[in-house]
Design a protein around this ligand. Structure first.
Ligand SMILES: [Zn+2]
Length: 316
């Protein structure tokens, strides 16, 4: 069998946005899916049961009565665990979503220090405990901008770092919690899921992380519409995802991560004059760094500490 179709699938990860945009795109989701989990990262995130109730009503109005939406609370450093529990009890929330602050769109209210997830006494810790006791899921955006030591992480390694350094501690500290790792995109995530995936740990995978690898983003120039977070990785990561889903594990599910942006903003953010100016500054910094490396390699070579020779680029 090379092909199969699902007549009315479920979308485990969608960004419905709000207002006029929700009215426009909500019906599109409802045409394709029988139900979906809506992400709470609006410009003003959904952090309380009262706001959740309101937002769920907006989604229902936009999507129609035949469609079943589910909603998550947005985890912040100040979340009120009692309010979260009230939202769960009244069936507004089916769980909550962790965004590391600054990691993706509208994550400015996200958790500032990931360590609070496994530090007793913090509100994020208590909120995870509330979800665990209620049997509700904690969705995770599995990337960090900075390592625990404060070093800025390479965009292609952010997710691997999270699975190596954060996931084991989360599982140890919250053995009863149900975690869902969202839009996994790398080999390290696949290895982790193969080993620990099950009733308490699941993951979603997007179509775009299966259909593309990073060559597509750079082929013939930069393609801003293939820029997403986590970034699309290289071919070997893509191949590992494809092999992984072919196994048919019950803890792996589809999430489109459909997250509409205004076209001009998407293209502007990647290719604007502002970005070009930024990359020109970056190029200057890179050239300066290269010069200093060459200078140090010259001095090392003269003292016999470096056997490698540097071919100085013509443009330097
Ligand atoms: Zn998303």
């Amino acid at each position: 069998m090379k092909e199969f179709s699902i007549s009315r699938p479920f979308d485990a990860h969608v960004h419905g946005r709000e207002g006029a945009l929700l009215k426009k795109i909500g019906p599109m989701t409802a045409r394709q899916f029988w139900g979906a989990i809506f992400e709470p990262n609006l410009a003003q995130p959904v952090t309380t049961a009262a706001r959740g109730k309101e937002y769920l009503r907006e989604i229902c109005e936009a999507c129609g009565s035949h469609f079943q939406p589910y909603l998550l609370a947005y985890l912040t450093d100040e979340i009120d665990p009692e309010d979260l529990l009230a939202g769960i009890d009244e069936k507004t929330f089916i769980g909550m979503k962790f965004y590391p602050r600054g990691a993706t769109t509208n994550s400015h209210n996200g958790v500032a220090d990931v360590r609070s997830l496994f530090t007793r006494g913090t509100r994020p810790y208590e909120a995870i405990q509330v979800c665990a006791a209620a049997g509700k899921v904690v969705q995770l955006h599995c990337e960090l901008n900075f390592s625990l030591n404060g070093d800025e992480l390479d965009p292609y390694h952010k997710e691997a770092y999270f699975f190596r350094e954060i996931m084991p501690r989360l599982r140890d500290e919250h053995p009863d919690a149900r975690f869902s790792c969202e839009h996994i995109s790398c080999l390290e995530a696949v290895s982790f899921m193969r080993r620990y995936g099950g009733e308490k740990l699941g993951c979603s995978i997007t179509p775009h992380h299966l259909l593309h690898d990073r060559r597509d983003m750079f082929r013939g120039g930069l393609h801003p519409h293939l820029y997403c977070l986590p970034v699309i990785k290289s071919q070997r990561h893509n191949a590992s995802l494809c092999r992984f889903i072919a196994k048919g594990y019950p803890f792996v599910y589809a999430g489109t991560d459909s997250a509409p942006h205004d076209r001009h903003k998407k293209e502007c953010d990647c290719c604007s004059a502002r970005r070009i100016r930024q990359s020109s500054c970056m190029r200057k910094r890179s050239l300066a760094r290269m010069r200093s490396i060459i200078a140090s390699s010259d001095s090392c070579r003269s003292t016999g500490q470096l056997s490698m020779t540097w071919n100085r680029p013509a443009s330097v």
